[in-house]
Design a protein around this ligand. Structure first.
Ligand SMILES: [Zn+2]
Length: 229
């Protein structure tokens, strides 16, 4: 989500917490001026604003600046954003600058929130390994491997062989219950199944090398499919 902040009309001020000589919108203001006028000070939830990455500054129904939020400051019962206006070429700025106010609530509240599809690639979320750090992907670099190893240690006696055997068992069971469509997440690629929906592997219990080779290939193919999602 992003926060939308709606400017009132221009008005000089005497004592401003951000040391500005005026607040509000005036015609032909630059993006930097719109950001400075719009970043504060507002009555808004610090808990909620702490989770926003972008701010749209709106005046007279149009977006006048798009800023990246890097933090906030508290001034009595009001909050000001820290950050900077986005430069030309940034996909979030280019999608909204000059466009109509995307928050169509009909509310008089100058502070509103909206989902921007363009911001998804920039939004930070908790790394999937549980380390507590933030990432704009599922995992920080290398932490996916760490998470896998942790699972193997915790649930499979630190034995990758046991883990692969368990996966094989799950896939075989899924196939016997009606094929890949029964498999949660549908991780399997169609070419790994026979026409009747049963897995092509593992082959019926034999101990020859060709079978072992087959199982390894199939496992790595499954991993590739997972990465692609
Ligand atoms: Zn991590």
């Amino acid at each position: 989500m992003a926060v939308r902040l709606k400017l009132g009309s221009y008005e000089p001020v005497e004592s401003d917490p951000l040391d500005r000589s005026s607040i509000g919108y005036f015609p032909r203001m630059t993006e930097a001026e719109a950001w400075e006028a719009g970043r504060g000070v507002w009555r808004m939830s610090t808990e909620k604003i702490g989770r926003q990455k972008f701010a749209l500054i709106v005046a007279e129904g149009r977006v006048r600046a798009v800023g990246e939020i890097t933090g906030f400051t508290v001034h009595d019962d009001r909050v000001a954003l820290e950050g900077r206006p986005l430069a030309e070429g940034h996909p979030v700025r280019d999608a909204y600058l000059g466009k109509k106010d995307p928050v169509a609530t009909g509310s008089q509240n100058p502070v509103g929130y909206c989902d921007l599809p363009e911001e998804q690639q920039f939004v930070q979320r908790a790394c999937g390994c549980g380390c507590g750090q933030l990432s704009d992907r599922d995992f920080l670099p290398g932490h996916d491997v760490r998470a896998m190893q942790q699972y193997v240690r915790t649930y499979f006696d630190a034995s990758p062989r046991k883990f692969l055997d368990w996966v094989d068992g799950q896939l075989t069971a899924a196939a016997s219950l009606g094929g890949r469509h029964k498999w949660p997440g549908n991780l399997m690629s169609p070419e790994m199944f026979n026409e009747d929906g049963r897995l092509k592997w593992p082959e019926p219990a034999t101990t020859d090398n060709a079978n072992g080779e087959n199982r390894r290939k199939a496992s790595s193919a499954g991993t590739e499919v997972t990465h692609g999602q």
